[in-house]
Design a protein around this ligand. Structure first.
Ligand code: MGD
Ligand code: MGD
Ligand code: SF4
Ligand code: MO
Length: 883
């Protein structure tokens, strides 16, 4: 989306340098932070960075540690202990084959976040809080009182002990981003006897589990289903389904797509929005209604089948289907399955008498039938096609078969396992660049600490569970957890403490309105925080934590899930001492352990510097053969002595000093190097010798295993082949009577695209960024006219779950019937009206688990109306400064 809101990237004029320069100039010239704003020509990349003449000045590699998809080089100029400027990667010349790891405007505003006046400075408690609760209804609306660290930690320890004694450890809910088990407090609470976990599918939607059952290369390695970036240049056509890397995969992803375009690829974007990526790549747009991708792809499959003519117009790769797949037709079914339940007959409507024709699909998904047929022709087996899918379409309800259907289309057209052909998911850090890690991150060497409590609650019922005391135990669905999905089992749960240790769950999880209620119900809420985010605002006691700039230093990237592309790793250093009374999460975990009677050495057997060293010394980099690895960092005895750690000197590719100074190590790539990657190549060549990790070893178009795993969870049922299922809060739910096409009260579908102003909720308080991106709600002209809404008008968006308000940006770039509310804006409830003035997306999502418990962020329905009161622009709202 561009319009009046942000930069529209014009494909013909696109140039990285010019783009950054103009966008930066825009941010700087409109700055509200005054004359010390030095974000100007030095940072535009136009001139060589001018080294400061001052004596005590140094460029230091500084972390940009957020979950944004990028892992960019960010450096700060520190003069006499003060951070005066930032720059990005200038460690080598930029080129398409060997691009710099350049930061975005958020990263370049990082110092405005670290030094923001609303940083939490001291431990504090809610004025009306008293042990056991104290006017719980005032949570979120009370005054704050500064307290000492000792007082804060004593209170927390005593509340935790009380809860444990009276209700058991499972009464303590550890809420911590996408995985409770990986945060610092999980160590202390694990040793304390355990805690109830929270799990979600987050980014992955139904890609979290489905691919592992139907034929991913390896469980959890979702970035290895497409070929690497160089091979993309071999494609004739690149079809993008729910993908907007220009906004949501920073770093160099768009740059890679642009190289494919330059090499001649044609792009097609299937998305409710003509998004910035489509605009950048001059893609053909097929506007699709949210959460209708399954219907659309079934229509595409039907078109492929009926238009395929093996002699004159071969579209289907029968060879691949027959040798590598199971379940496509009645001749190739898994043992024990009814042959009638094959995919082809379902699509043709042989038995259910409902052929899934392009017309059938069109009625649901909104893409014209002819366009679906045209796409089938363009995706035929003899074309070189990349079928690339983001996961936004799978972050919907009832999409458990969608990844399977995507792989089915890829298998039917044979776009797998060959240069110039690929099908799969690609998003976030690894967008447009599949393949194994060329640099592998190191290991901190800390022993794991198990959680003795096995209760773990899905994000879609977490707040209901707190409020109603019941939930459906399914085991953890998050694939990074050791726990596997198990049979759904109704359990009682009695949560008395919410421990917000990390992440922004109240804000980023399904059902924020209920989340607030849940926070007001329990006996005690504690939060670690850098700012007064929703997690902290609704707490009783808040502990200020340091940012990465205030810690010992570390690494970002090295191709772990959620952290950087496969070719590089960032090293960042400590920039400043902790601000005010902020402490690290580890320090808090240790100090609380002491008060809970736990030996702190059990929590952390060694300190943060030793952990840093352990990681440093175990980073590996691929050798030129592309197969074997060696140590990345050469470490001397002197380095070890200076760090004051235990360890051995080692040989490595680059010296510690150089790594630290450069702030990044990136593998230099060139066309024809040994680091290329073709997904499924061996499998395709010899499926018997290289079977997939499925029950049958084949790509499972029919997967009884998937159906069993999902169905036993007990939320909703799926079939073993991808079938159309009506989506909870999906398109058909906007009708009172779908057959007669009579619209209901909630006529519009709402999606929440990831937004340039933020990384989820992070950076939302940075005034520079608030000024650059206004965070409106995007509405089509048709819908705006129907509701008498003009550009800039306030719009109230309401559904069963909540109410939120934003100013309208009217655009032709979103399809009628769909409105887009950018993801991650901070919740800001007006207590008088109950309306969220922040435009927070999850105020509109509910607690309605389906299938494998995937979050349904893009299957939401609502009504819109003009909101006549004046809305204060975010940039003019006072910052949440407590002290
Ligand atoms: N409606 C809707 N909801 C969504 C999505 C969507 O598309 N639509 N997307 C989903 C996706 S893909 C994701 S990944 C999630 C992300 O969900 P979250 O991980 O919950 O989101 P973040 O905003 O990244 O939260 C990070 C928090 O950690 C804090 N933080 C930063 N550093 C530290 C530290 O050192 N210590 C501590 N204790 N805290 C720190 C930050 O200030 C911030 O509050 O959101 C999901 N929610
Ligand atoms: N700037 C920024 N970048 C980010 C993040 C951020 O918060 N801010 N978050 C990072 C994280 S953790 C993640 S997981 C990724 C997410 O990255 P993406 O999944 O790429 O992000 P989205 O913007 O949610 O969705 C991408 C596109 O899918 C479209 N879409 C939504 N619903 C549907 C649907 O049902 N069908 C189809 N066909 N299209 C649909 C949207 O209109 C959008 O253009 O982004 C990462 N990058
Ligand atoms: S893309 Fe992410 S890591 Fe890179 S500078 Fe921006 S916010 Fe930081
Ligand atoms: Mo994500």
């Amino acid at each position: 989306m561009g319009n009046n809101e942000t930069n529209s990237l014009s494909p013909s004029k696109f140039d990285r340098r010019a783009f950054l320069k103009s966008a930066l100039a825009a941010a700087a010239s409109t700055s509200v932070v005054g004359a010390e704003n030095t974000l100007s020509k030095d940072e535009s990349g136009d001139k060589k960075e001018t080294e400061s003449k001052k004596t005590n000045s140094e460029w230091i590699s500084a972390a940009c540690w957020h979950n944004c998809g990028g892992r960019c080089v960010n450096k700060v100029l520190v003069e006499d202990g003060v951070v005066v400027r930032q720059k990005t990667d200038d460690t080598h010349e930029d080129s398409p084959d060997y691009p710099q790891q350049r930061g975005c405007l958020r990263g370049r505003s990082q110092r405005k976040q670290v030094f923001s006046p609303d940083r939490l400075k001291y431990p504090m408690k809610r004025k009306n809080w008293s042990p056991g609760g104290g006017k719980k209804e005032l949570r979120g609306n009370d005054e704050w009182v500064r307290i000492s660290w000792d007082e804060a930690l004593d209170h927390i320890a005593s509340e935790l002990k009380n809860a444990k004694e009276k209700y058991g450890n499972k009464s303590i809910l550890l809420s911590a981003g996408w995985n409770s088990a990986i945060v610092e407090m999980s160590r202390t609470l694990g040793l304390f006897g355990g805690y109830t976990e929270y799990w979600n599918t987050n980014s992955f939607g139904t890609w979290a589990m489905t691919p592992a059952m139907v034929g991913f290369l390896q469980l959890g390695v979702w970035d290895q289903t497409i070929n690497d970036r160089f091979d993309m240049r071999n494609c004739d056509t690149i079809v993008m389904l729910s993908m907007n890397p220009a906004r949501s995969a920073m770093g160099s992803a768009s740059w890679h797509y642009l190289q494919a375009k330059k090499a001649g690829a044609k792009f097609i974007s299937i998305d409710p929005i003509y998004n910035d990526t489509a605009s950048l790549l001059d893609a053909k747009w097929l506007p699709i209604r949210p959460s209708t991708d399954t219907a659309f792809l079934l229509g595409l499959a039907h078109s492929l089948i009926v238009l395929d003519d093996p002699k004159d117009r071969p579209l289907i790769d029968w060879g691949f289907l027959n040798s590598c797949c199971i379940g496509f037709d009645r001749e190739h079914m898994p043992d024990g399955e009814d042959p009638k339940n094959n995919f082809k007959d379902y699509v043709l409507g042989t038995y259910d008498k409902e052929p899934k024709t392009a017309e059938w699909a069109s009625e649901i998904c909104g893409i014209e039938a002819n366009e679906i047929r045209q796409l089938a022709l363009e995706m035929g087996k003899n074309k070189k096609v990349a079928f690339l899918c983001g996961m936004a379409s799978a972050r919907t309800k009832n999409a458990d078969n969608l990844p399977q259907l995507i792989m089915t289309i890829g298998a039917m057209t044979g776009h797998m396992g060959k240069p110039g052909h690929m099908t799969g998911s690609t998003m976030h850090a690894t967008s447009g660049n599949g393949g194994y890690a060329l640099v592998k991150a190191g290991n901190d060497g800390l022993p794991g600490i198990p959680n003795p409590v096995d209760d773990t609650i899905n994000a879609n019922e977490i707040w209901d569970a707190v409020l109603n005391g019941k939930y459906n135990f399914t085991g953890s669905g998050s694939f990074v957890s050791a726990k596997q999905y198990s049979k759904g089992e109704k359990r009682d749960i009695d949560i008395h403490v919410i421990y917000n240790a990390a992440g922004a769950n109240l804000q980023t999880s399904d059902g924020a309105s209920k989340g607030i209620e849940a926070h007001r119900k329990v006996d005690f809420v504690v939060a670690h925080g850098q700012f007064l985010t929703a997690n902290a605002k609704y707490a009783d006691i808040v502990l200020p934590v340091t940012t990465e700039w205030e810690k010992v230093g570390g690494f970002l990237g090295g191709a772990l899930i959620h952290s950087g592309n496969r070719e590089m790793i960032v090293h960042y250093s400590q920039v400043i001492q902790p601000l005010f009374e902020a402490k690290s999460d580890q320090w808090i975990a240790v100090e609380l352990a002491k008060r809970l009677g736990i030996d702190p050495k059990e929590v952390y057997p060694f300190d943060e510097t030793q952990q840093y060293f352990n990681k440093l010394s175990t980073i590996e980099v691929v050798k030129e053969d592309g197969v074997t690895y060696e140590k990345l960092v050469k470490i001397t005895q002197q380095d070890i002595d200076e760090l004051g750690v235990a360890g051995q000197p080692q040989d490595g590719r680059i010296s510690y000093k150089e790594f630290k100074e450069r702030g990044v190590y990136q593998v230099e790539r060139y066309q024809g190097d040994n680091y290329g990657y073709i997904a499924y190549e061996n499998f395709r060549k010899d499926p018997k010798a290289n079977p997939l990790n499925t029950q049958t070893g084949k790509l499972e178009i029919c997967s009884p295993n998937l159906a069993k795993k999902v169905n036993q969870m007990g939320y909703s049922q799926i079939s073993s082949i991808p079938k159309y299922i009506e989506v909870t809060d999906g398109y058909t739910a906007t009708f009172k009577d779908w057959k007669k096409k009579i619209k209901g009260e909630f006529k519009y579908q709402v999606i929440s695209p990831h937004y340039l102003r933020r990384s989820h909720s992070v950076f939302d308080n940075v005034k520079w960024l608030q000024e650059a991106w206004k965070n409106p709600v995007f509405i089509s002209r048709k819908d705006a006219e129907e509701n008498d809404i003009k550009n800039g008008d306030g719009v109230l968006i309401t559904n069963t779950y909540g109410k939120t308000v934003r100013n309208a940006v009217i655009t032709e770039r979103i399809m009628p019937g769909v409105i887009a509310l950018p993801h991650g804006s901070w919740i800001d409830i007006d207590e008088k009206t109950g309306i969220d003035m922040g435009g927070a997306d999850n105020i509109l999502s509910g607690q309605t688990p389906t299938g494998q418990g995937a979050s349904g962020f893009n299957s939401i329905i609502a009504k819109i109306e003009k909101y006549s009161q004046n809305l204060i622009p975010d940039v003019d709202k006072p910052a949440r400064i407590v002290f």
